[in-house]
Design a protein around this ligand. Sequence first.
Ligand code: SF4
Length: 369
Amino acid sequence: MLKSFEGMNKASLATGQRALIAWYRENQRSLPWREAPNPYAVWLCEIIMQQTRIEQGLKYWNKFINTWADVHALAKAPLDDVLRAWQGLGYYSRARNLHRAAQTIAFERDGQFPVTAVEWREMPGVGAYTAAAIASICHNESIAAVDGNVLRVVSRYLDIQEPIDRPIGRNQVDAFASEWIRAEDAGTHNQAVMELGALVCKPKSPHCSDCPLEPTCLSAQPAAAGTPVPPIKQGKTKVKTLKMIFNVVTNGTHVWMRERPATGIWGGLWEFPSQEFQLNTAQPEYPPPEASLIPDSVLGRRLWGEPFEHILSHRRFRCQFVVWHIKGEPSVTQGKWMPWKEAESKARPRAIDRCWERLEKSCLTLNNR
Ligand code: SF4
């Protein structure tokens, strides 16, 4: 039973609820995991689509389903293959958690997927939103899934004037979303709100005249009136800019690669050993990549390519490759000295991958000098 919320009575809320479901049935996009929702397909979709546009995510979803048809196949795949398939999506911890969760389901739960949102929360990489989305879509559990689209739709619908990135505003959205969900249609309702946010109640210039909630929405705008005030945000964490040097140590045939720690940016991916510097801190133009690199063995070192920017959610890196042409083999204490061919097969951060082909080609010619 719906209760009233400030500025909106029960009857209005129920009207909006019915109109929303009817609109979704007519207007939902045709997506493969919606045709016959099963936990594997929906879980993959929810992990891949986080922070990702649907057009881009769809390509990755298809790649994963075609490569690993079920959770057993994904669980048995080497992590490096999964990271390679993920390449370009960013936030690599999602891929590592996906793989760990697949192993938990396949090996520890005998292939049985969790059913309730509470059970899903125990899987690596599954947060409150994802758990609610899967449990409601696959098993119609009556639990609200609140993502960025839902935050925007609800905060506008109720004209919430508190910041939604602070508990005071967020709690209002959560309370309303939990109340609003239709128990008999929970999965459809959750998808309908998200779809409305993606297609109609867009961040800029929402299409209020096409919106099923328009008659009852407290922020509805006349045609071409612009963007309503909510959602209000208090502010984002400042993005920090750093300088990053990738040290390409090579003798022409082999190169030094290092696996990054499992946690942190690019966790578990292979890189040319990198060094981070504060932007304004003085540092040597050619930082030595490792103390054990004997100066006599260095035949030459040079900046390779133009510096470029690589942006992550909370960091902006000014990147530069430095090629160290050496003779013999360095005694590396971290990572591995390997043929370029082997290095090519490793999962790498996009910042390195974007230049890989040209860089490898240019380094392979060093062998002949
Ligand atoms: S009427 Fe406009 S502001 Fe309100 S939910 Fe619909 S699109 Fe968003």
